[in-house]
Design a protein. Structure first.
Length: 226
């Protein structure tokens, strides 16, 4: 592609990447400021996600606030990782939060990239038309490999890190499909337009609402002593 030539796929990816840098900076600043700042940041994220879910079009008899509250509570398990007391791990528990968010988000972007490069076979066209077999498998494998390679910042062994990252990526894929199905049922493409290239806050956090609580409880009862 010529540098000056427009290309919808590349332009969209560049917009997504710029937004990812902003989000990474916000999380980094919160981590630097301390636990209260992290809880405040993810509290705002959870409230924004709750609002997006509630205000989206829905059947008159439905009660979106129940599912919305569940989504918000699930997302609050992310900062709760900082309350862990893992023997021999000390204050490095901040890396647990970084690990969870990084692997989930990396899986998203890698699935997007592999899908654009090699995607041919649709997985669930009525639910998520852009999801392909090649993109999903490539993204999950690469994100799992990334998680395994970062075992040294966690209390896991390399095989344990591989299994944890695989769990995060697979659950992220499942939760994304579930929320995508709900978007299609409501007749909307995105939950909002707050984040350029991504849509709403819930569009960016959708891969974490199942993986975050499971990862938290695996850590709580597997490494923090219950």
């Amino acid at each position: 592609m010529a540098r000056s030539a427009p290309h919808a796929g590349i332009d969209n990816l560049n917009t997504r990447i710029r937004s990812w840098w902003v989000m990474a900076a916000l999380i980094g600043i919160a981590l630097w400021l301390g636990t209260l700042a992290v809880f405040a940041l993810f509290g705002v994220i959870a409230l924004l996600a709750l609002r997006e879910y509630i205000v989206a079009p829905v059947a008159s008899r439905a009660r979106p606030w129940i599912m919305g509250l569940a989504l918000a509570v699930c997302l609050l398990h992310i900062p709760a990782l900082l309350t862990m007391d893992i023997a021999g791990y000390g204050e490095r528990k901040v890396f647990l939060l970084v690990y969870l968010v990084l692997i989930a988000q990396a899986s998203d972007v890698l699935q997007y990239v592999w899908g654009k490069l090699l995607g041919k076979h649709r997985i669930a066209s009525p639910v998520s038309p852009s999801k392909t077999m090649e993109g999903s498998i490539g993204g999950v494998i690469c994100a799992t490999a990334l998680g395994a390679s970062l075992w040294w910042i966690t209390p896991f062994t390399l095989p344990q890190a591989a299994m944890k990252s695989l769990t995060i990526t697979v659950l992220g894929f499942v939760s994304l499909l579930i929320l995508s199905a709900q978007k299609r049922a409501r007749g909307i493409k995105d939950w909002g337009n707050l984040i350029k290239g991504h849509g709403g806050v819930l569009d960016r956090m959708d891969s974490l609402w199942l993986s975050a609580p499971l990862f938290y409880y695996l850590m709580r009862y597997g490494w923090a002593g219950g």
